[in-house]
Design a protein around this ligand. Structure first.
Ligand code: PLP
Length: 387
């Protein structure tokens, strides 16, 4: 606690500073939308979709109102029978289950891998039944799930794979064949979120669907706009889920910054690795050699009962904010008690909820700040734990 503080306070993320650097372009975008006054489905929506699609390697992008809506629309587009099972990771943000549950589908949990935090293909095999309609893989914290194994499983069993890519926009995955794909674009449908804190964040809510299949893209477009083929002609029961023109215009500015921001996040992560790799009882984020990692979060594991929370308190006193994503696994959330799971059924997810700790991560973190976080960890082990 006697550490000399870095010259600027450390934030978990610093959207105000990121936006300050883009202020003139953001101002111009807002002025243009105000002048055109086409607030719903204005030209910026299509322009942003085309630009994001090009960035993601010619994927079709269908914008919608949020990442959660994108999951709902992805599932709707599969036309699954009521009660069909949707396999989801036991360690994820709740939206992944929520979309399935709201549609009258049954979320079936599968445990994750202890190293990458991503869906364990072996657990998916065990969870598959004749009623399985879809598997949702989440690319958690910025690194791709095992698309090779999960894609093969989905194909072998005739079920759809959905990629929840809310946290890994811009990540890539290399298949054994050598083919390299962008996260979110390789399965039946990919979804993403433009929640402000995501790697590509709007200044409000937003989301999108990703697919390489033009027919699927057309269907998703229809579903996101009241199921209509043309105005007042409704082919399907859909949603009112559109990305505001204003958010699209702002996202066009933010998208131009995404590659540089991703590189900056990766540089921060590499420096964290160096600062933390010797710390006993601490695991730095594992990398899957087939995937790039865009570090939506830099999440370490702190082993030992109660140790994560003690360390967290200490770091807080040192001026290092941290977060726990996620403190409760899906099956222990009261809203999902009806699924009938018991404590102990998903031991990896349960363990991770006790050990994970996400450190400050944003493109403007300085080397001095990252080194300070490393020193704070080390000083905890020397002074507080006296090991
Ligand atoms: C943020 C997030 C969502 C939901 O996105 P919203 O835009 O907030 O609705 C879904 N899944 C995961 C994994 C997320 O991180």
């Amino acid at each position: 606690m006697r550490l000399p503080r870095p010259s600027a306070p450390i934030c978990l993320l610093d959207l105000a500073a990121e936006h300050a650097a883009l202020q003139p372009a953001l101002d111009a975008a807002v002025r243009e939308v105000l002048a055109e006054a086409a607030f719903i489905q204005g030209p910026a929506v299509g322009q942003f979709a085309a630009e994001l699609g090009a960035y993601l390697g010619k994927a079709h992008v269908v914008p919608c109102a949020s990442g959660t809506d994108a999951l709902t629309l992805a599932l709707l587009s599969l036309n699954l029978p009521a009660g069909a099972e949707v396999i989801v990771p036991a360690f994820t943000y709740v939206a992944t289950l929520e979309a399935a549950a709201l549609l009258g589908l049954r979320p079936v949990l599968a445990d994750v891998r202890p190293d990458t935090f991503n869906l364990d293909p072996a657990a998916v095999v065990a969870a598959l039944t004749p009623r399985t309609g879809a598997i949702i893989a989440v690319h958690l914290f910025g690194q791709c799930a095992d698309l090779e194994a999960l894609g093969a499983l989905a194909a072998d069993h005739g079920v759809a794979l959905i990629e929840d890519n809310a946290q890994a926009v811009g990540a890539t995955f290399q298949f054994a064949s050598g083919e390299v794909v962008h996260a979110g674009t390789v399965s039946a449908v990919g979804t993403t979120s433009f929640f402000p804190s995501k790697n590509l964040g709007a200044l409000g809510d937003g989301g999108a669907l990703l697919t390489r299949d033009p027919a699927r893209a057309a269907l998703l477009q229809q579903l996101a706009n009241h199921g209509q083929s043309q105005k007042y002609h409704h082919q399907r029961i859909g949603l009112n889920s559109r990305l505001d023109t204003l958010q699209a215009a702002l996202l066009r500015v933010k998208l131009r910054q995404l590659p540089a921001n991703t590189a900056a996040r990766q540089a921060v992560a590499a420096r964290y690795d160096g600062a933390l790799s010797g710390v006993p009882g601490l695991q730095i984020p594992a990398r899957d050699a087939r995937s790039s990692h865009v570090f939506h979060q830099y999440t370490v594991q702190v082993e030992g009962p109660g140790r994560r929370d003690a360390l967290r308190n200490y770091l807080h006193q040192c001026g290092v904010p941290t977060a726990v994503y996620y403190p409760l696994p899906a099956h222990q959330q009261p809203a999902y008690a009806y699924l009938g799971y018991r404590a102990g059924q998903f031991p990896v997810a349960e363990q991770l909820c006790e050990t994970v700790l996400s450190l400050p991560m944003h493109p403007l973190l300085t080397a001095e700040q990252v080194d300070y976080v490393g020193e704070a960890f080390n000083s905890y082990l020397i002074s507080a734990e006296r090991v």
